[in-house]
Design a protein around this ligand. Sequence first.
Ligand code: ZN
Ligand code: ZN
Length: 376
Amino acid sequence: MVLRNGSSGHVVTVGAGNIGSHFIEHLGRMPGVSRVTLVDPGRYEEKNVIGQRIDRDDVGRAKVDVQAERLRRIDPDLPVAAIPERVEDVPLGRLRGEVIVAGLDNRRSRQVVNEAARRLGVPWIDAGVDAGGLLARINVYGAREDCTCFECGWDDRDYRGGDQVRPCDPEPEAPPTNAPASLGALAASLEAIECEKILSGDATTLTGRQVLIDARYHRHYVTSFRRNAECRLADHGPWEIGAVALDPAEPTLAEAVESLAAPNAREVTSLAVWGQRLVRGLTCPKCAARLPLLRVAGGIRPAERVCPNCKEEMLASGFDTIDQLDLTVLSPSDGSMSLGDFGVREGDVLVLGGASGFIRTVEISLTDHSEPRRNP
Ligand SMILES: [Zn+2]
Ligand SMILES: [Zn+2]
């Protein structure tokens, strides 16, 4: 592969369904791709065989595993990371590619990708299809502060509506099962063309614009979007994110916070993990047993969720989930657990706050990938 100067050639894809399954294959044949990360929590089902780029043998398997295997068959030397999780749960740093390419069917996940891309300073490509109207479209969002983003065009109704799409909404949504493979492949091809342009530094990239192809009447529309000064993401540009390598088993939570704060010489009073909720306890929905534990939600190990009384899966109630940890009331036992036991994972971005507000954002890479030690 040929990489431009300063290019990482790392492509992160989110979604491996009607559009994503067709797109991912292109990466195996695309110049300038040096590494691929695949994100999708799902498994292929029987009904996906007609709309998605899979074979009957793939039914029942994790989507990211099927697509990673296909890429390896095309290019055995291409490093591929398969993350079988919802994008909402993936540590921010693991989405840091040269470009993020989405094949998603809901606005909530697009919103998460958009915010992650803005924070990381990474361009991203969105796509959608509308089976009834035979429409396929893509949008390319640039990384710079002055570039339009996915939420720039939203108004109050969009925020109230959640996943509902108004009939006049210009953005077609992919119904999960009935979009034909041909339409998904069309949107995927448009994405692949723009992805290749971004990787090669081509100035004709579609940044800030949407291409919509009406395949019924063969019309082709290109629309430009402007940065909205009132956008919910007020600081529209990339965050300055420091990088620190830590052994997950070594520093205690309290020591880690202290060392991360040291360069800023300010007392850290709060800790958050970007995009993640923190959990203070799990409750059994069957026998109501409650287990106090302090964890990053995405870092709770499956064994920790099993109810000691009845073996049911325990859940975190609303009362037991928080956005940030108040370090001024951290108990000594919580402070002395390791970062790994706290549930910090590779690529998690910690946000440190002090008495007078934000202090520092730092991405954690873990130096030791062995299982974190267990609490006694
Ligand atoms: Zn915006
Ligand atoms: Zn129970």
